[in-house]
Ligand binder design. Structure first.
Ligand code: UDP
Length: 347
């Protein structure tokens, strides 16, 4: 089989490529390089000669994607390509609906016409919206009421997937599909090849590490008056390699005719203050911290219950210690203070 990975030049997609290539899979990836980087693809192609095909283009381009599917005999799709900033989705909702829902629909139309048997969708826990305290930790049956266009556009595609599976099963040509939902992904490949490079960077751990490197003046804590033990927000930080491990396990387990929905998480949260302290301990660097105002739309406590995938597939996060997560990122950040070095704004 050949696996098509969409968005393989991005943070999570590139880590997925590494894992699939290590397992000896034949892989082709499509990425429009809007937010991704060419460098991780080159590094992977150097490490695994002849095993990874890169196609620069858009998943909305049905002609291009059909050609890739036919040329490579794609049977499995792992779909990471997406726009992923909540704030940006509020400012540019139509762009998010186009990038996350319409483009994914175009991809699905091509899958329907080709020999795809399995579709693994990298969804998001933002599809749950802001569940009340009675729904935390979040389980897969927690009602999905997204509160921004990012979460709504990802949920819309989940629904398209389920409809597709239902119709294909009833027409005697069953396909399998899964949606994996998660919140905060962190850390980098512990082998040191791949890292995390967003532009702009807004995520907590990379922002702190950039402050530790002296690339930012300070780190701002978005609110210290939440109803949590130290007043800062609590989140569930999952190591990127554990996240990718779950995707691969689901890919291996998924049978035609099945639909699966799983939360991916450690199952416990850390506060912003705890993350800052872990970064201080790991980096051994001093950096300024300023308590600032709350950021709009941040719920106080978010963590998910991963027991469904643990019970059904035996998946559990291996890296559950926050220090270990930060260490893997710090190693890459120290060696690549400017990231992959191809972002115009930071070159
Ligand atoms: N956060 C913060 N300062 C920052 C970036 C993030 O205090 O510069 C907080 C944010 O309010 C949230 C947590 O850190 O409570 C994780 O934020 P991130 O943007 O990494 O992920 P999110 O939870 O929004 O998906």
């Amino acid at each position: 089989m050949t696996v098509l990975v969409t968005g393989g030049a991005g943070y999570i997609g590139s880590h997925a490529l590494l894992r699939l290539l290590r397992e000896g899979e034949r892989v082709v990836t499509i990425d429009n390089l809007l937010r991704g980087h060419r460098r991780p693809i080159e590094l992977l192609q150097e490490r695994f000669p002849g095993k990874l095909t890169f196609v620069e283009g858009d998943i909305a381009d049905e002609g291009l994607v059909s050609g890739v599917m036919a040329a490579h005999g794609v049977t499995t799709v792992m779909h990471f390509a997406a726009l992923t900033y909540v704030g940006e989705s509020v400012e540019k909702p139509l762009w998010y609906w186009t990038g996350n829902a319409a483009a994914s629909l175009a991809l699905l139309r091509v899958c329907d016409r080709s020999g795809v048997e399995r579709f693994i969708f990298s969804s998001t826990a933002a599809t749950y919206g802001q569940p009340g305290a009675e729904h935390v930790p979040i389980v897969e049956t927690t009602p999905q009421h997204p509160i921004n266009p990012y979460g709504a556009s990802k949920l819309a595609f989940e629904q398209m997937l389920w409809d597709w599976c239902r119709q294909r099963a009833s027409s005697g040509r069953p396909v399998g599909a899964a949606a994996l939902r998660y919140f905060n992904v962190a850390g980098c490949d512990r082998g040191g090849l791949l890292g995390e490079d967003h532009d702009p960077e807004t995520h907590l751990i990379p922002v702190i590490l950039q402050a530790a490197l002296g690339l930012r003046e300070r780190i701002d804590i978005f609110g210290e008056d939440y109803p949590t033990p130290d007043g800062t927000c609590i989140r569930d930080y999952l190591h990127v390699e554990d996240l990718v491990d779950a995707h691969v396990r689901v890919m291996r387990a998924l049978q035609p005719g099945e639909t699966r929905r799983y939360n991916l998480a450690i199952g416990r949260g850390y506060s912003v203050r705890e993350v800052i302290e872990a970064c201080r301990a790991v980096t051994g660097r001093e950096f300024a911290v300023r308590a600032g105002a709350r950021r709009a739309g941040d719920p106080p406590v978010l963590y998910a219950d991963p027991s469904l995938i643990a019970n059904e597939l035996g998946w559990r996060a291996e890296v559950t210690d926050l220090h270990a997560i930060v260490e893997s990122a710090w190693r890459w950040f120290l060696e690549h203070p400017r990231g992959y070095g191809d972002s115009p704004a930071r070159a």
